[in-house]
Design a protein around this ligand. Structure first.
Ligand code: MG
Length: 165
């Protein structure tokens, strides 16, 4: 039997908030007069999740895998990028145990959309939404996030391989 290995991964991301863009978290569009600026669709949470998964597997990071200098990723669907990145993680033999995330912004409130965001990410990752959690925080008016100029996301994941049969 292969020995069971577990690895933790950490991802973070920050995006500027501007008018005329959707506010996307985990593929869910939240009602907001501003959204994330970005070369891709700007989905800050999904980008943090991608980096957590790739980092835990020791494979790559989002900037190396999907360089913003490449026209192919202009307005890219971040959930498609997540699916592609997680495919590499799975090909390397890793299974996702759980994912935990924090999104920090002054508005909109995350809580009313939490379960939709969890389900959206869980569906792409092929796990139960019980294995994906998302918390919303504010920055009490401090810094770029606190003044509504930016949104930040943090994600931590646990992967395992081996230990079967
Ligand atoms: Mg990003």
């Amino acid at each position: 039997m292969d020995p069971r290995i577990i690895r933790v991964g950490l991802g973070s991301d920050t995006h500027r908030l501007v008018s005329g863009r959707p506010f996307l978290l985990g593929g869910v569009a939240l009602p907001s007069d501003r959204g994330e600026w970005g070369h891709s669709d700007g989905d800050v949470l999904t980008h943090a999740v991608i980096d957590a998964l790739l980092g835990a597997a020791g494979l790559s990071d989002i900037g190396a895998l999907f360089p913003p200098s490449e026209a192919a990723w202009k307005d890219a669907d971040s959930l498609a990028l997540l699916k592609s990145a997680f495919g590499l993680v799975q090909e390397a033999g890793w299974r996702l145990i759980n994912l935990d995330c924090v999104v920090t912004c002054e508005r909109p409130k995350i809580l009313p959309y939490r379960d939709r965001i969890r389900l959206s990410l869980a569906q792409v990752l092929g796990v139960s939404s019980a294995a994906v959690f998302v918390k919303g925080k504010t920055c009490e008016g401090l810094g770029a996030v606190g003044t509504g100029q930016a949104v930040e996301a943090l994600a931590v994941c646990l992967l395992e391989k081996g230990g079967l049969g």
